[in-house]
Design a protein around this ligand. Sequence first.
Ligand code: 13P
Length: 340
Amino acid sequence: MNLDELNAIACKMVAPGKGILAADESTGTIQKRFDKIGVENTEDNRRDYRELLFRTDNAMKNHIGGVILFDETIRQKAKDGTPLVQLIEAAGSVPGIKVDKGAVPLAGAPNETITEGLDGLRGRFVEYHKLGARFAKWRGVYEIADGKPSHNAVHANAHALARYAALAQENGIVPIVEPELLMDGDHDIDRCEMVTEWILKEVFQELYFADVKLEGIILKPNMVVPGMKCPRQNSVEEVAERTIKVLKRCVPGAVPGIAFLSGGQSDEDATAHLSAMNAIGGLPWALTFSYGRALQAAPQKAWSGKGENVAAGQKAFAHRALMNSQASLGKWTKANESAA
Ligand code: 13P
């Protein structure tokens, strides 16, 4: 492992004004997205859709520092035969790969999950590196409810994240460490703050035990927000302040970048929250986006699987990428949405 190289990759992914496009939906997850727009979930349609994104030149070159891919996509070629990975590299962006195999029930913790995929992971990293991946993603999932998350779930997922991260670094790949506390539920922002802090403390403890070098990772956390069904929804400023408070308590300054998931927030909320956090300023890490839904819902709708809508889809993607780029610099305003 060469830590300088890992650090350089991580810094490139979160360079000023840039963030990450999470386009790593599994075949099952993209099915849910395609169902919404009436598109059949075929290999060709998945390829056409992702090609549309990766050929959105302006957005890719100026605002997208890295793209997270699914196993199928990292092996796929564009219609003209160019590997999709090459489209990403040609735009100056870093290709990455989702390596976890999803969340399964955790024994001893009813209705909680542990993320699988560690068996054989060293060999898979070797192959993915050959295919062009220079970073990876692993997502641990936690939920707030009565008695949840349990210590068992918090600890087991942190341990798995750390084992994954150490294996990634061993193979010259920057690990995105993603502990996601879901927004489901009616809990208030205090509870989210407390549990997010607990999860992050546990994750960084396990990363330390596993000898993961913090200069060569990217953290992908949830923001501190109330549950979606909570009657009291907090202001943008409150969410920004709470999130920064927790991150400052938990994330060492050695970490080059923090790139949030959008987690079901509206497109505009995800952008507004990120901008408000960056407007606070004086942060030791780059603070940016690694959005799936909040970058892609608009282009998916505009495209709707029709060849004649490719330009409209690209325009919608470029717009969200620009808005989030501005947010990563703390310079987004609501007026920019309509001005663009
Ligand atoms: P969302 O932004 O849609 O939450 O997706 C990000 C992601 O990569 C989840 O693992």
